[in-house]
Ligand binder design. Structure first.
Ligand code: S3P
Length: 181
């Protein structure tokens, strides 16, 4: 079981496992399942932010714009610096904010949950809670974010064609092999 450590750079690392990736890549379900299987706590940045502000994601976008939402994501990541060794599902656009990308490096081990964009769209039944999801632009949005996901991650995991139970078993085994679970 990993616990927080202080690295050579002097930064405290709380030892989280953080899941990043596009909307529909299965981050939230995987975080919940992994946490249940390995007796850990899970966090979801979208849920945390909405609870703290008592608003929905579209309401936050409406009131404060995307920039405001990204700043809330960053603040939530700062809050997670004070919690140890959890599984964290991060909102799909968290890597677009430089300060959040920087902080992710100090929070733990980052897994990029890859998915084919068509499959991601098929998995998402409601676009109501995702103001940035548009079926016509999803491919381009994923392409434009790809370098950010790649530079932010410690490991890639392809979820395409896999059911949640398979994602949990395979990813859990890979993280166990690395001594992270
Ligand atoms: C977003 C992804 C969403 C949510 C918001 C913005 C994005 O989270 O944070 O709608 O910019 O990709 P999920 O990836 O959990 O759907």
């Amino acid at each position: 079981m990993s616990v927080g450590t202080t690295g050579e750079n002097g930064f405290y690392n709380p030892g989280h496992i953080l899941l990043i990736g596009f909307m529909g890549s299965g981050k939230s379900t995987a975080a919940r399942r992994l946490a249940r299987k390995y007796g850990k706590v899970s966090f979801d940045t979208d849920i945390g932010i909405c609870r703290m502000l008592n608003k929905t994601v579209p309401e936050i976008f409406e009131d404060e714009g995307e920039q405001g939402f990204r700043e809330h994501e960053y603040e939530y990541l700062k809050y997670l610096m004070g919690v140890d060794s959890a599984i964290v599902s991060c909102g799909g656009g968290i890597v677009t904010y430089e300060k959040s990308r920087e902080l992710l490096k100090h929070l733990g081990f980052v897994v990029f949950m890859e998915v084919d964009p068509d499959e991601a769209l098929g998995r998402i039944h409601s676009t109501v809670t995702r103001p940035l999801l548009n079926k016509d632009t999803a491919h381009d949005l994923l392409q434009s974010r790809m370098p950010l996901y790649l530079e932010s991650c410690d490991m890639r995991f392809d979820t395409t064609g896999k059911r949640p139970v398979q994602v949990c078993n395979e990813l859990g085994a890979m993280l166990e092999e690395r001594g992270l679970l």
